[in-house]
Ligand binder design. Structure first.
Ligand SMILES: Cc1cc2nc3c(=O)[nH]c(=O)nc-3n(C[C@H](O)[C@H](O)[C@H](O)COP(=O)(O)O)c2cc1C
Length: 277
């Protein structure tokens, strides 16, 4: 699937039964959550800020900065929403994270929720991703049974509930405010901005919305440190990125590479070169 030396969001996908909690934990899964819960919430946000990771859903907004916009002295509930709508033609990267490593996403979400004091999260998944939604739900169920989700996470008195919500297959519901409308049960039409979701989001409450790949990078950022992640990629575009390569190449697929590599390298060294040379 991938040929880059450093793997962050695809580090587990080659393992048999990588989607199960048992395999995820065997290879260090949920250690990052345990670490995060020993840190102050602000320090988790700072670590993500230091990593420089930018949103992987398209707009490239720095994730740590987005989290820091959630008002702290505010009695309203805070929501965390994962954008798994992935409707962009030719893009199928989030789908592979969900299929092969759903616990990586769930762990990233629990850490993000802790950082912004959210007790309720949603994964809004594209309607056509039927089997992926099933697999995700199975992973959520496993996480609840293991005390990784719920009212007393890892017996630390931290609360976070997570629901999988299937969309109906509308491209526009990938846009974050259209998504929120749809999640509220309305027609998925985008809202005017400002106000931004960090202040007026789901049910008019402070809301963080991040893409699957963004949230899946969080466990490694917290466990290995923001500086480690910032050392990957190039200045201002740190870390690794999934690229879905299709068309006339010898090895179409999803590839995780450090940001900044030339397109030619991606095509030739990873996707096997252009068909027929
Ligand atoms: C028309 C349109 C469609 C979009 N579709 C998606 C999508 O399918 N998945 C996604 O993560 N972001 C999509 N976005 C971007 C989201 O609005 C938003 O920026 C993103 O979910 C924020 O997460 P991030 O900061 O982690 O990237 C879309 C934006 C527009 C304008």
């Amino acid at each position: 699937m991938s040929g880059s030396a450093v793997q962050v969001v695809f580090k587990n996908i080659h393992r048999p039964n990588s989607h199960t909690l048992a395999v995820y934990q065997e290879f260090g899964g949920y250690q990052s959550l345990a670490k995060a819960l020993t840190m102050a919430r602000e320090d988790v946000i700072d670590e993500v800020k230091r990593s420089g990771v930018r949103g992987r859903g398209g707009a490239g907004f720095p994730a740590g900065l987005k989290w820091s916009f959630i008002p702290k002295e505010d009695a309203r509930p805070k929501y965390l929403v994962c954008n798994a709508d992935e409707g962009e033609p030719g893009t199928c990267k989030d789908r592979d994270i969900i299929r092969f490593d759903p616990h990586l996403l769930i762990e990233g979400m629990i850490i993000a929720a802790y950082a912004v004091s959210s007790e309720q999260g949603y994964i809004y998944i594209r309607g056509e991703f039927y089997r992926e939604a099933e697999r995700l739900q199975a992973a959520v169920d496993e996480a609840y049974a293991a005390g990784l989700l719920g009212d007393n996470i890892l017996q630390k008195g931290i609360r976070f509930h997570l629901a999988v919500h299937r969309g109906a297959g509308a491209y526009i519901c990938g846009e974050e405010t259209g998504l929120l409308e749809s999640l509220e049960g309305k027609k998925g039409q985008p809202r005017l901005k400002p106000p931004f979701p960090a202040n007026i989001g789901l049910y008019d409450c402070p809301t963080v919305i991040n893409n699957v790949e963004t949230l899946a990078a969080v466990p490694d950022i917290v466990l290995r440190g923001g500086d480690w992640y910032a050392g990957l990629g190039v200045a201002k575009s740190s870390g690794t990125k999934l690229f879905s390569v299709s068309g006339h190449v010898n090895k179409p697929g999803n590839y995780e590479v450090e940001l900044g590599i030339p397109l030619k390298t991606l095509i030739n060294d990873h996707a096997g070169g252009v068909r027929g040379g």
